[in-house]
Design a protein around this ligand. Structure first.
Ligand SMILES: *Cc1c(COP(=O)(O)O)cnc(C)c1O
Length: 244
């Protein structure tokens, strides 16, 4: 490595360290403001486009959860992640025909929005003698371009999935629309929290509302204040990406 490259790499790691500290401090502050502690909030790093060495550096700082959103990328990086110290999850849109490739490799799939996808996850999990944890993705902003189930269809989907073997519902996930103000986005987060509480209250068999995964780089504080207990942060930790 040339000196210039080495200097750049050191700068990059320093940035990740400073960002990590800033985010964990903000998490603690927002958690306290909402009557909880930092330990109640899971910080998952969205690692798309990030090299394994950088991801593992973040893990060495204390990061416990990472999430990929492309199957191909996850598989190509899989052998290099420090999975002895962190948990790997799948957070992106998942095609049914690719489920087989990640079952047993990820501890949770956050983006389940149809019975067809859930069926395949269940089937492949049973084949591998495991149970796969999932979150149901909700399209809280009713955007045609986005994945996720509409909230009117949520109960029925949960009911159908809850009877399947090999799969276990652990909560909800959402990516709200891009908003102009914090106030506007908080409304979507509040709507999600309400769904989360309503479903928890039903106490259905095989349905656990342990995780409410929402909030990304620009809005994770608002998400926590609205009741999120898992945030997914990418660019604020690792720096800007070329693609989203
Ligand atoms: C990329 C990604 C994130 C994080 O996005 P940032 O804005 O970079 O924090 C969160 N969730 C999902 C599903 C993602 O694909």
């Amino acid at each position: 490595m040339t000196e210039k490259l080495l200097t750049e790499q050191i700068k990059r790691l320093d940035d990740v360290r400073a960002n990590y500290e800033e985010i964990t401090e903000n998490i603690a502050l927002a958690a306290e403001k909402s009557g909880r502690t930092a330990q109640d909030i899971s910080f998952l790093a969205a690692t798309k486009t990030v090299e394994p060495e950088i991801i593992n550096y973040a893990i060495s700082l204390g990061l416990k959860k990472i999430g990929e959103n492309r199957v191909q990328e996850l598989l190509s990086k899989y052998d290099e992640y420090d999975l002895a110290h962190a948990d790997l999850q799948f957070i992106g849109h998942l095609q049914k025909n690719k489920v087989r490739q990640i079952i047993g490799k990820v501890s949770m799939i956050q983006s389940v929005d149809s019975i067809k996808l859930a069926d395949e996850i269940a089937k492949q999990s049973v084949k591998n003698n495991i149970t796969t944890d999932i979150l149901i993705e909700v399209n809280i902003g009713r955007e045609e371009s986005k994945s996720g189930v509409m909230k009117e269809e949520l109960d029925e989907l949960i009911q159908k999935i809850s009877v399947l073997e090999g799969i276990r519902i652990r909560g909800l996930m959402s990516i709200p629309p891009i908003c102009d103000s914090k106030k506007e986005i908080s409304k979507f987060f509040d709507d999600m929290y309400k769904l989360f509480i309503d479903i928890s209250a039903k106490k259905s068999d095989n349905v656990n509302m342990d995780f409410l995964s929402m909030g990304m780089s620009d809005d994770y504080t608002e998400a926590i204040l609205s009741g999120a207990n898992m945030i997914r942060v990418g660019s604020r930790l690792f720096g800007a990406r070329i693609y989203r």
